[in-house]
Design a protein around this ligand. Structure first.
Ligand code: FPP
Length: 272
């Protein structure tokens, strides 16, 4: 079916969008934003210049995702490892950048009806950053359009540890460990992402072929799209190119292709 181009897309975005099937857009896209340091190094700039430039990429990607009607977008802004292993000066810069981003971007998020959420161990972040995050979450809490989730101080392994701990604690508080029930649904319900469908598509920039401890449970069946584009050069048009690539893939969830399967229950691209 030929797509009607949504308002606000630029010419290049519109060209890619016209090739898409609007009925088969991913419901949730997750992005590993990578390559800020390399972008800066190639320009003989300090690493923080790459992070600063990456904010324009966040803005463009978020706006385009929202304009084309992606229900959920999750951005890996920084990992627990980034937070613990990078120089304090870089971490401090990233914290300041995040606060400035939140302050500057809330009006645009509201204009675009975008709700903001977070995943990660927020309680370990500086109190002032936590306050700003809470303010931005509340200021966008009434929006009903795209859900933008920022992964901050996030680690998929820590998320699983936290999920198991909360299941055990809940059982202990509700009559004892004999009531502990662990199955896939229970784990999913105790992850930070309990409010989200699993991502259909994960995009990684800068050519690295790793998941880097990002949403390890949730990405079990996601399509992976790796682009050589460094994050500061990534724009909405690259997001749409990733979606075009996703739409070429055949999703089987461990089953057979429709042509091989006699009793396939779902069409190739449709999870629902
Ligand atoms: C990875 O590049 C990027 C980060 C660790 C930080 C991501 C931050 C931003 C994109 C900007 C701010 C974001 C928000 C939400 C305000 P890298 O430094 O690992 O790059 P390298 O692998 O080339 O060294």
């Amino acid at each position: 079916m030929q797509a009607t181009v949504p308002a606000g897309l630029d010419r290049k975005e519109a060209e890619v969008y016209e090739r898409l099937d609007p009925d088969r857009l991913p419901k949730h896209i997750a992005i590993i934003m990578d390559g800020n340091g390399r972008w800066a190094r190639r320009r003989h700039l300090p690493r923080i210049a790459g992070h600063r430039a990456g904010v324009a990429s966040v803005r463009s990607t978020v706006e385009t995702a929202s304009r084309v009607g992606i229900p959920a977008l999750t951005l890996y802004a920084f990992s627990e490892e980034n937070w613990k292993k990078r120089p304090k000066s870089e971490v401090d810069f990233l914290m300041g950048l995040l606060c400035r981003y939140l302050k500057a971007e809330v009006p645009t998020l509201n204009k675009n009806n975008i709700r903001l959420e977070y995943i990660g161990r927020q309680q370990e972040l500086p109190p002032l950053v936590q306050e700003k995050m809470q303010w931005a979450r509340e200021a966008t809490g009434h929006n009903t359009g795209m859900l933008l989730t920022l992964a901050l101080n996030y680690s998929a392994r820590s998320e699983l540890v936290d999920a198991f701990r909360s299941m055990v604690e809940a059982a202990a508080n509700n009559g004892g460990l004999q009531h502990l029930k662990i199955d896939e649904e229970a784990v999913a319900q105790n992850l930070y992402t309990r409010h989200l469908p699993d991502p259909d598509l994960v995009i990684r920039t800068s050519g690295e072929m790793r998941l880097s401890n990002f949403l390890l449970w949730q990405l079990a069946y996601a399509e992976i799209y790796v682009t050589p584009t460094l994050w500061p050069e990534f724009r909405g048009v690259h997001l749409l190119e990733g979606i075009a690539e996703y739409q070429k893939r055949e999703r089987r969830y461990g089953g057979l292709t429709d042509s091989l399967s006699h009793n396939s229950n779902h069409s190739k691209m449709d999870r629902s």
